[in-house]
Design a protein around this ligand. Structure first.
Ligand SMILES: NC(=O)c1ccc[n+]([C@@H]2O[C@H](COP(=O)([O-])OP(=O)(O)OC[C@H]3O[C@@H](n4cnc5c(N)ncnc54)[C@H](OP(=O)(O)O)[C@@H]3O)[C@@H](O)[C@H]2O)c1
Length: 289
């Protein structure tokens, strides 16, 4: 008989994310061990507790979810956790990173885009591209062969982010763009069929007039659910709404696929003990939901 499904939640925040806990239960975790305020040096004992308690054939019933609001800290926890698994002896458990929803949100946004556009060779713009969601969206678009433009208010910041993004199978990294006014926005949008607006909550990045002047734009996706939304004229609930030749998705419109993807990833972890679910792997799972 299979052991009970234990999900170990590692969270760098002082209080473990309740959102992550609820989704874990809804996805089928039978027992949830939540650890808050986790520091990288504490991860070794936690991972050893996970991998030394059940035999290798039962380790698929133990998994680790790294969440919380601090994406950089979560990435450190993931690196640390992986370094303490012992795969040579089959002593490992599946692990997923989705701090601040960054991986599942980017995966859902790009998955939505693939339903409408063939992204290979297509020019795409990611606004707010230096944030955790934007970086991941740029990575995924690049992995599909898109010609990705990554925008920031600050060119150097965009350049730094682009240097850190290496889409597998792609010849090129994203191209950095500075977008701090309407003229720069129009230049960045020129030739783009897709824009993903991944700016901070409550920040408008595209005004209606610029949108109207972007003749090549076919699909606009906004991930900001806090008014004012990232794209003027878009509604937060938009889910494939068409207006004046552009298809729109708002944050809640993308959110349903994001949530399904999150739960599918947790279920998948309980099928085998050797998964590492980061941006690319989570995107692959988003294609199955
Ligand atoms: N639907 C969901 O379930 C879900 C889940 C996760 C995230 N989200 C949403 O996805 C979006 C991106 O998330 P994130 O965590 O990557 O965002 P973030 O790190 O807070 O911000 C992304 C980028 O926005 C730019 N920005 C920040 N303040 C700005 C301002 N005042 N004016 C113009 N640009 C500004 C910054 O880029 P530069 O400084 O380089 O310009 C920043 O790197 C957010 O709106 C978030 O709420 C949605």
């Amino acid at each position: 008989m299979d052991k009970r499904k234990i999900l170990i939640q590692l969270d760098a925040d002082e209080q473990a994310s309740l959102f992550d806990r609820v989704v874990a239960v809804d996805a089928g975790a039978e027992v949830l061990f939540s650890h808050a305020g986790v520091q990288p040096e504490q991860v070794k004992d936690l991972v050893h507790g996970a991998i030394f308690t059940r035999g290798p054939k039962d380790l698929k019933s133990t998994a680790i979810f790294i969440g919380g609001s601090q994406v950089a800290a979560a990435e450190q926890l993931l690196r640390s956790a992986l370094s303490h698994m012992i795969p040579a002896f089959g002593l490992r458990v599946s692990i997923m990173l989705d701090a601040n929803g960054s991986n599942t949100t980017a995966a859902a946004a790009v998955r939505v885009a693939t339903r409408h556009l063939v992204l290979q060779g297509m020019k795409c713009l990611v606004l707010g591209g230096t944030g955790p969601v934007g970086r991941r969206a740029a990575l995924l678009l690049g992995s599909l062969g898109a010609e990705v433009r990554l925008a920031s208010r600050d060119f150097k910041k965009a350049q730094e982010a682009c240097k850190e993004i290496q889409p597998p199978g792609a010849n090129a990294r994203p191209l950095p763009f500075q977008v701090s006014n309407s003229r720069e926005l129009l230049e960045a949008l020129h030739g783009c069929a897709l824009v993903i607006s991944a700016g901070a909550p409550g920040v408008r990045l595209i005004d209606g007039a610029s949108l109207k002047q972007s003749a090549d734009l076919k699909l606009a996706i906004d991930l900001n659910a806090v008014p004012p939304l990232g794209i003027e004229g878009l509604e937060v609930m938009d889910k494939g709404a068409q207006r004046e030749g552009i298809i729109y998705y708002g944050a809640i419109g993308v959110g349903e696929l994001k949530m399904k993807t999150h739960k599918a990833c947790i279920r998948k972890m309980f099928e085998q003990n050797d998964l590492v679910l980061d941006a690319l792997e989570i995107f692959d799972i988003s294609k199955t939901v």
